[in-house]
Design a protein around this ligand. Structure first.
Ligand SMILES: Cc1cc2nc3c(=O)[nH]c(=O)nc-3n(C[C@H](O)[C@H](O)[C@H](O)COP(=O)(O)OP(=O)(O)OC[C@H]3O[C@@H](n4cnc5c(N)ncnc54)[C@H](O)[C@@H]3O)c2cc1C
Ligand code: SF4
Length: 283
């Protein structure tokens, strides 16, 4: 009973995802990386890693590829979705906020206001919501989707409490947060405070343990750090639109460690599968 229900759900999801791939993406496909036509490592100035996301947004706004960019500003409980209209707005929103943010709601608002030519930066779950919006008759704006690699996100209030108790630091006052090699590193007044991600388990969003997309498989361009050297971004180009955007930057492309990305993608997919099966067995 449970397994036929699970199989039906899986079939439905696969059909849904195949439609998104067919409508928006181009290139070869692997189970772990998704559809892609280019994959490389690059650096473009300051940012969380290689600054590629901010550079793509700034270039697209400057040449009118899009007029609005949905980004996230502020750390911890102060993280909020804002609309950047120029490069300086974009650079104010640099850096990763390790929280789940509803950027698709802001996109819907912009579309409702009649805005066209919009770029959105989003975690993989939000990328999928954005593609669903684009498939509706009301979602016919010209949208560029930049996806971020994502293993998990945290509840901002719980994360703040947990960090206060582990490190005696106020998350909302920090300048930067970075997750690397199983540790969260927090920069505050030029000092770095670190704790193990394992110690922050209580603050992780529960929904993330059922999420099977690491590499933002349905974005026009996906960007992360896994697979690249420190200070560089891994870039996966997945569509014609993504290709045209990336071409604006005239990048020096370096090779990436594909196995590293594939390993984490697979790990996340299997974790989601197991957690879903456990949930259904209990139910
Ligand atoms: C919750 C989360 C978990 C992540 N986990 C991993 C991981 O496990 N491995 C990995 O390789 N990479 C992960 N990343 C991506 C990575 O941290 C960088 O965001 C990515 O490499 C881009 O770096 P950059 O220097 O090009 O970005 P920047 O040029 O600094 O630009 C970052 C852009 O992302 C936007 N942004 C920040 N936080 C969010 C958010 N929560 N939702 C939507 N937009 C946001 C900012 O507004 C900015 O426009 C994660 C990102 C998030 C948000
Ligand atoms: S792990 Fe999945 S559900 Fe959680 S924020 Fe990342 S993409 Fe969204």
């Amino acid at each position: 009973m449970h397994s036929s229900h699970t199989n039906r759900e899986r079939e439905f999801r696969m059909k849904d995802e195949a439609e998104i791939e067919q409508q928006f993406l181009k290139g070869q496909k692997t189970e772990d990386l998704g559809v892609y036509c280019d994959l490389f490592s690059a650096k473009c100035g300051e940012g969380q890693d290689g600054g590629v996301v901010s550079a793509l947004l700034a270039a697209g706004l400057e040449d009118g590829t899009f007029d609005w960019a949905v980004v996230v500003r502020g750390l911890g409980v102060n993280a909020e979705v804002v609309v950047a209209k120029n490069a300086s707005d974009v650079y104010l929103a640099r850096g990763t906020k390790y929280v789940k943010v509803n950027v698709s709601a802001k996109l819907k608002e912009l579309i409702k206001e009649g805005k066209n030519k919009i770029a959105v930066v989003a975690t993989p779950c939000e990328v999928k919501s954005i593609r669903k919006i684009q498939q509706t008759p009301k979602g016919q704006a010209e949208i560029t989707v930049i996806g971020l690699f994502c293993f998990e996100a945290f509840n901002p209030t719980k994360l703040k409490t947990q960090i206060k108790s582990c490190l005696d630091v106020d998350l909302d006052k920090c300048q930067k947060t970075e997750i690397r090699k199983g540790k969260l590193n927090i920069t505050l007044d030029e000092q770095i405070y670190s704790c193990k991600i394992k110690d922050l388990d209580q603050a992780a969003e529960r929904a993330c343990s059922f999420c099977d997309d690491f590499a933002a498989r349905f974005a026009d361009v996906s960007v992360g750090s896994v697979g690249s050297a420190v200070g560089y971004s891994t870039v996966i180009v997945r569509s014609k639109k993504g290709e045209q955007l990336v071409e604006k930057l005239n990048l020096d492309k370096l090779p990436v460690d594909v196995q590293e990305i594939a390993k984490l993608s697979k790990f996340k997919r299997i974790r989601a599968q197991k957690n879903l099966e456990n949930l259904q067995n209990v139910g």
